[in-house]
Ligand binder design. Structure first.
Ligand code: 6PG
Length: 258
């Protein structure tokens, strides 16, 4: 007869900067993450009247975006007061399956009641698109706290080359000039095609940075991240250091080194 008081062994918690939240399964992890997102969204709507959310692409956040649309526990998410921004985008045509916005629109936008005027896809095919995006960000954010362009909640992922957003190892965007909030990025490490990405400056000014990493395929990369102190030029995720906001890693057990 198993001992009824036999408490399950604690989940591994990798020593990463900021807060680390580990759950046994992706489902349990998304329970926690969607609850945190709802709390942040409601707090910002109360404080500012709106909520500025920036989303990454890639495959990891897809279940999160689906969950936000069907989970009854977040049915009162303030989508009507939400501005949706992009963390990064591939410089390909609108209907190209590699477009992050296409995935975000399919999974989330088309099912939420975010007003169209509050959706902000990156204009990646416009040669001046990065400066235009930067202007949109400033116009939307600067009235809240003069000179502090702060996003409220940012969903980030991580590639196995330690990139996050479209900040790739050894790429020019890692050293974007002060004052730049969005830039095109290119270079040997950039997974083709060329990208547009938010810069460290605006990412690190955010109120809440959520790094969502799941699956055994990321375990070795997390282990290396914990084991050594490679420079952000080699491991761009290391350059994610919020100035005053929260950095929280959301990991499932599979992504955690034993
Ligand atoms: C992108 C993403 C990127 C992503 C990582 C992880 O445009 O690809 O914004 O930064 O977060 O590449 O991708 P996966 O979640 O697919 O592993």
């Amino acid at each position: 007869m198993p001992d009824p008081y036999d408490i399950a062994p604690p989940l591994p918690k990798p020593a990463l900067p900021g807060e680390v939240l580990v759950r046994e399964s992706v489902d349990d992890l998304l329970d926690a993450m969607t609850s945190d997102m709802l709390f942040q969204a409601k707090s910002c709507v109360r404080a500012f009247g709106d909520f500025h959310l920036a989303l990454s692409g890639g495959s990891t956040p897809e279940p999160l975006y689906r969950r936000l649309m069907y989970d009854q526990r977040v049915r009162d998410f303030p989508w009507k007061k939400t501005h949706l921004w992009q963390v990064d985008e591939r410089c390909v045509a609108d209907d190209d399956d590699r477009r992050n916005w296409k995935m975000i629109a399919d999974l989330l936008l088309d099912h939420s009641d975010i007003p169209l005027a509050q959706t902000h896809p990156m204009p990646v095919l416009d040669p001046g698109g990065d400066l235009a995006y930067e202007t949109s960000l400033r116009e939307a954010l600067e009235w809240r706290e003069k000179g502090h362009d702060r996003l409220d909640y940012v969903v980030l992922g991580m590639g196995n080359d330690f990139h996050t957003a479209s900040l790739f190892p050894g790429s020019v965007a890692l050293d974007a000039p002060a004052g730049r909030l969005a830039v095109f990025n290119d270079g040997p490490g950039v997974v083709p095609p060329k990208r547009m990405t938010l810069t460290y400056e605006i990412l690190n000014a955010s109120r809440f940075l959520a790094v969502l990493i799941t699956g055994k395929g990321k375990r070795d990369t997390i282990a290396k991240l914990v084991a050594d102190s490679r420079d952000p030029h080699e491991a761009p995720i290391r350059g994610i250091r919020p100035l005053g906001g929260t950095l929280r890693w959301y990991l499932d057990r599979d992504a955690c080194p034993e």
